[in-house]
Design a protein around this ligand. Sequence first.
Ligand SMILES: Cc1ncc(COP(=O)(O)O)c(C=O)c1O
Length: 311
Amino acid sequence: MNSKTQSHSTHDASEDERNRDIKIYVNGDIVHRDEAKVSVYDSGFMLGDGMWEGMRLYDGQWAFFDEHMDRFFNSCKAVSLDVGMDKAGILDALTRTAAANDMSNDVHCRLMLTRGIKDKPFQHPKLSRSGPTLVIIMEHSKPAGSLQSSGITLATVPQVRGLPMSQDAKFNSHSKLNCVIACLQAEQAGADEGLMLDPHGFVNTTNACNFFIVRRGEVWTSTPDYCMNGVTRQKVIDLCRANTIPVFEKNYSLYEAYGADEAFLTGTFGAQTPVASIDGKTIGTGERPMTARLQALYKDLIRQNTGSRSL
Ligand SMILES: Cc1ncc(COP(=O)(O)O)c(C=O)c1O
């Protein structure tokens, strides 16, 4: 471990005691978290056979709901996982869960769908005969403000992004072992999160977020080939284009990442999280004008998308 005394993650949130008593949606029932259970025969538990989405609620509206549903339904279709309801059904389940918890702001949701309960503890999908298991966890959650000033530390890790014909990185699947291994490797190197390369050695993404650098007034991110098709990633690219900020999805190496003026991560939870260092090398001078500009533009976009007035 290095000399850091406090470690962070991009999902650090202020402690909120109310989360001890949240209610969770499990296949139509909404129950106290202590009673929210799935079977040990569930395909998600046994095999990581399921898909999920992370979403945030702003003044009672889910930010970029359509984009999240597009990804979710596309992923489920690609693995022949029958959702058992349409987008309106999912929205209804989300609305019921939010109402049961009296939640409307600073809420993070994990919507999870698995192939359901298996008859026997084996892999074959045809053994899942009960229909899917749908779980919705909503927590009171406010990203920790301290990350904005301190930034996150990254370490390049040996674990690489997979090729699309092994497990396509676009699947937001329950099985995240590739990313979990990357995260462990980063932790062992004394960093907060792992910076993962693609199979050719180009910089790609972190274990839990998409990754951007800013160089000489330009915003760079990897090609979409090996990373999660992040909703926030796409919004940042779109915002750059709409505001004539030069933006490129391209191959680049650690050479350019180490020498960047700024770097930041994107994800639904943290929006844009500044990067302080990569492999112990400080990024830029600590001034982050482009990150700040994109954060402001992104907040505006959420206001437009949700009608939120409390942001
Ligand atoms: C590996 C990975 N990258 C990036 C993201 C961020 O995606 P989004 O911006 O849609 O939250 C996620 C979130 O699920 C992820 O798991």
